[in-house]
Ligand binder design. Structure first.
Ligand SMILES: Cc1ncc(C[n+]2csc(CCOP(=O)(O)OP(=O)(O)O)c2C)c(N)n1
Ligand code: SF4
Length: 252
């Protein structure tokens, strides 16, 4: 019998520490599938964040560097500039990328660093117990917003794809989700496009993936997927915000 679905080689055959229903596992697999398809595992370096994906270095088969607290794009810059033949990606959550790492994110875009950023937006600080993140939705209850996020005191959520799409060095800014098989396929295509851009020296590509944190949202895995559909996608529309290979398109 022929095998039609298997673990990608670039994803190590080890158990992960992720909670049931967490999107990180799906997103790891998509990145690993792209690395397999492109045959670049031996020339790829991933940069891990702080947050639940901090131990992604134990899960990917390619070389990995740990750069906590939002510094992943800066470290990726150094790795890529010192050896332009390497394929370099960062893997970051919203607390890491859009709070403590905002400067690194924005300026790697202004510089047009030839790297891939995989941005996992689960609207919360997962690792530390579910505090408000820059991407927490208005009215969303978290550990630090027990009455719901009040935009008058806590500010409005940061829309990273919209922001990054304004920067001249950015080649691709696309928002995808993992709440359905169709969206997961779309997410895979976006990640492939980002790695293709990197391989062809087009500049910085960022793929924002709307993901789940059932543990800190206090819901079941199925309810978490529903929350992505009912609350996250309406606030964070999916689509291509910038694509230098196709000209700018309007978000769907
Ligand atoms: C200077 C500093 N501030 C805050 C923290 C705590 N901290 C560790 S991970 C994290 C948030 C991670 O959230 P996110 O990036 O959204 O990733 P997730 O865990 O949700 O995947 C925070 C605030 C810290 N370790 N050091
Ligand atoms: S705490 Fe949330 S983000 Fe972290 S592994 Fe669990 S479900 Fe995933």
């Amino acid at each position: 019998m022929s095998v039609i679905f298997k673990r990608p080689h670039a994803l190590l055959d080890v158990p992960t520490h992720y909670c049931p229903g967490c999107g990180h596992g799906i997103i790891h697999r998509l990145v690993a599938e792209v690395i397999d398809e492109m045959g670049i595992e031996g020339e790829t370096v991933g940069i891990c964040p702080v947050g639940c994906a901090v131990m992604a270095y134990d899960y990917f088969g390619c070389d990995m560097v740990e750069a906590p607290h939002g510094r992943a794009p800066a470290v990726a810059t150094g790795v890529k500039r010192s050896n332009p033949n390497l394929h370099v990606f960062t893997y970051q959550g919203d607390g890491d990328l859009a709070a403590i790492g905002t400067a690194e994110t924005v300026h790697s875009g202004t510089r047009g660093e030839n790297i891939v950023i995989i941005f996992v937006n689960n609207t919360t600080y997962g690792m530390t117990g579910g505090q408000m993140a820059p991407t927490t939705l208005p009215g969303q209850v978290t550990q630090t917003t027990p009455y719901g996020r009040d935009v008058h005191t806590a500010g409005h959520p940061v829309k990273i794809c919209e922001l990054m799409s304004t920067l001249d060095g950015v080649a691709l800014a696309q928002r995808v989700a993992i709440d359905s098989p169709a969206h997961i396929r779309e997410a895979k295509n976006a990640i492939r496009k980002a790695f293709d851009n990197e391989a062809n020296g087009r500049g910085l590509s960022i793929v924002e993936v709307l993901s789940t944190c059932p543990t800190n949202w206090g819901v079941t895995p199925a309810e978490a997927m529903e929350f992505v559909r009912s609350d996250m996608i309406p606030y964070y529309p999916l689509g291509v915000y910038k694509d230098v290979t196709a000209g700018e398109k309007e978000a769907r």
